[in-house]
Design a protein around this ligand. Structure first.
Ligand code: HEM
Length: 278
């Protein structure tokens, strides 16, 4: 038997656990690792499944941060709102980077497992819809599609009925003396937000004013987020075009055309309008 002198940093330095490790108790890595169950042996399916699950986790974190920002706005705590938005901005960059493993999927490779998942589609992602609702893109029809799943339906319903991140930011601006139109402040928050000229005017004043105004920083952070969401949608479109061309989608849409129209929606439209005339 060889007598080894322990080397600092050796695995032997690690403790032996009586039961599951504290890491396992905290991270639940074994639960997480049990969730990848491909339907085929196609070489690209595991990457597709893992990427989709990773994106679901980023959606979850982004929803969490945007809700934290909403709560902070409601308490008129701008520093806490900016912190949460900054965390979400960074999470969204990682979400967008997650497209990499799927970016070069060819139609033949995608077809190796596509039929196996049947009618499943990212269009059915509840956490993605929570993000959309938080952006003000509310839709009764989308909520209704999930009525067969009471738990998800109820959680998504809460997001439909709550003010969006944009609604909360506008209420905050109003509380700081900016004249956000009453019709916008009292709008039915369950409906999709429609851009408003009075809101453009509020941002125009902020953007023309002192360049170190924290409210201008808020506008820029929201613009970063809008840009990141639009980039995610554009990258998704490119992945789809590359992997399946103009074939219909698994959820029953026309596929590329349908996604193209949806990817052209502006997020926080007034923040883009204002850039033409300040
Ligand atoms: C090879 C990769 C992918 C392809 C070919 C693809 C294809 C499609 C298609 C055709 C649609 C339109 C709806 C339908 O009829 O199915 C769609 C929607 C969607 N997909 Fe993907 N997808 C891919 C990867 C992903 C991933 C990894 C996610 C992450 C969760 C995702 C999330 C979504 C979402 C959220 C929608 C709804 C978009 C909207 O409502 O505007 N997709 N996808």
């Amino acid at each position: 038997m060889i007598n080894r002198t322990p080397v600092p940093g050796d695995a032997a330095d690690l403790a032996v656990f009586a039961g599951t490790s504290p890491y396992e108790d905290y991270v639940h890595a074994s639960v997480l690792g049990s969730l990848q169950q491909p339907f085929t042996d196609a070489p690209d399916e595991m990457g597709f499944l893992v990427t989709t699950q990773v994106m679901e986790l980023w959606f979850k974190l982004i929803v969490h941060e945007w809700r934290a920002a909403c709560d902070a706005f409601a308490k008129q705590d701008l520093p806490a709102a900016l912190d949460a938005l900054e965390r979400s901005r960074r999470a969204h960059l990682s979400l967008n980077a997650s497209w990499t493993p799927l970016a070069a999927l060819t139609p033949v490779r995608f077809n190796g497992f596509r039929a196996a998942f049947g009618k499943a589609s990212g269009a059915q992602s509840v956490r993605y819809r929570m993000m959309e609702f938080l952006l003000g893109e509310k839709s009764d029809a989308i909520l209704d599609a999930h009525r067969g799943d009471p738990v998800e339906h109820s959680e998504l319903g809460e997001h439909l009925h709550a003010p969006s991140l944009w609604d909360e930011a506008l209420h905050y601006l109003h509380s700081q003396g900016h004249e956000v139109p009453q019709a916008v402040l009292q709008r039915d928050v369950t409906q999709a937000y429609e851009p408003d000229e009075g809101v453009v005017e509020v941002w125009r004043r902020i953007y023309r004013g002192p360049q170190h105004d924290p409210l201008l920083r808020l506008g820029e952070l929201l613009t970063d987020i809008a840009e990141s969401v639009e980039r995610w949608r554009t990258d998704h479109l490119l992945v789809v075009r590359r992997a399946m061309g103009a074939r219909p989608g698994s959820a029953g849409t026309s596929g590329l055309d349908w996604l193209d129209r949806r990817a052209r929606r502006r997020v926080f439209p007034e923040l883009w309008t204002v850039r033409s005339d300040v």
